[in-house]
Design a binder for this molecule. Sequence first.
Ligand code: FAD
Length: 461
Amino acid sequence: MEKTARIAIIGGGPAGLSAGMYLEKKGYDNYVIYEKSDRVGGKCWSPHYKGKRYEMGAIMGVPSYYAVHDVEEFCGITHDGPKLNRNYKNSNGDVIEPFEPKKNLLKIPRLLKMKKQVKKFGEILETKYKGYDVNGHRGVAEGRCDGYAVTPGRERVQFDNPNLKDLALPFKTFCEKNGCELVQDIWIGPFTSFGYGYFDEIPAAYVLKYLDFQTTMNFVKVNLWTWENGTQYIWECLNEKLKHGAKLNSDITKVERKDGKVFITVSGQVEEFDKLIVTAPLYCGDGNRGETNGFVDYADAREDEKELFSKIDYERYTVQAVTTKPENHPEISYYVFDNMTKERLGHLMVYYRRWKDQIDQVITTYALRTHKDMKEVPYEECNKMVLEDLKTMKNPASEVINKWSVYYFPHIYSEDYRNGWYEKVEAMQGKYDTYYAGEIMSFGDMDETAEYSRELVDRFF
Ligand SMILES: Cc1cc2nc3c(=O)[nH]c(=O)nc-3n(C[C@H](O)[C@H](O)[C@H](O)COP(=O)(O)OP(=O)(O)OC[C@H]3O[C@@H](n4cnc5c(N)ncnc54)[C@H](O)[C@@H]3O)c2cc1C
């Protein structure tokens, strides 16, 4: 592709901004990033409160966030945030230590079995499922590994491994098939409570590409990165550094692709481009799901795009920021494992105390409102349940100062995964002068989305 190609990028979140960075690094600087809101960062949203920033969206990373590290280097910043720590409560609000044998004498046999299974799981992931952790989903359903290794150098890896087809199974089934069902007790913490759904519905590929063995162990050891000014700051810095920062408040009403060109109607003006990268949602459902709309709603979507993107579902992940009286402030962040089952949909799964030394800061709470087989818990009802749960936890809120229920973790289910959804979409890359990136193409976290943008630029530009 000519280095002078005019490239439009839709979305000023981690995927869109890092696409801009990697394009620049490769010598393309004729790009425009369109962001519909009045800020960059997307689901990295770090509002201010009493001189500090708290997190309404992304909170943490791990040492293998190599693409986020590229951004840090590009911007001259680092992960300088508060150290994370946590404890556990049951649904009655009692502090528990679920993994401490001395505190769970009756559970010792189960804990020992779990420990053995975790070790075995690590071994089979490295051997039987070699290649399971590369970014993106190309080839997986066909029993191939085709991507870049999760290493600082991200070496290209391509080989056949028919066992990888198992990654299309729901994670629960995948664990059972491999005689490792108890590993779910460990994996569930950073998965379900982080809004990524339930193990009986979500394909193992998503679980394991995000929570590869190494990453899970980093969660277990609380070897995590945070940013003092919030994750939004990473993307604000990147936006500042880019030759062309995102155009905020861009209201895209139409995308037309014809005669090898892309025409975008934005804030009433028609702009012409050679190529388009879409990092914003591709599909958001039947139109009665709130203010979000998808690419298929405002673009001249072709039949194959409509057909494939209509398979995408997403999570309704609900966050509230609350203040408490000093005497009700939790001493640490808490996970509530009892509430991470679909039977407890809409209940508080985790609450986060960010600033250890300060009790005049906000606490953020997290709940999920959907499971594919269940009725969605309405937003306001969920918020009320979470506030009741905080009372049960003995940390009642005084005031809710912020809340949102966000379009989260777009994904497909096992049948479509097995039937080659990713192969079909990957084969469509570039077909209509359009490239698809963002969460659906890899996984809904900062690094997987930035990493996918890196690969996309590497492969096609
Ligand atoms: C509560 C919560 C906790 C999280 N915790 C973590 C965590 O700890 N660690 C982690 O790594 N990740 C975490 N994440 C996930 C992470 O924030 C996302 O995966 C990441 O932001 C995805 O980047 P993206 O660019 O693909 O999408 P987004 O961040 O969603 O950005 C998309 C952008 O596109 C814009 N847009 C949408 N439609 C249009 C349109 N029509 N025209 C123009 N622009 C448009 C949006 O306004 C948005 O700015 C969390 C997210 C949430 C919500």
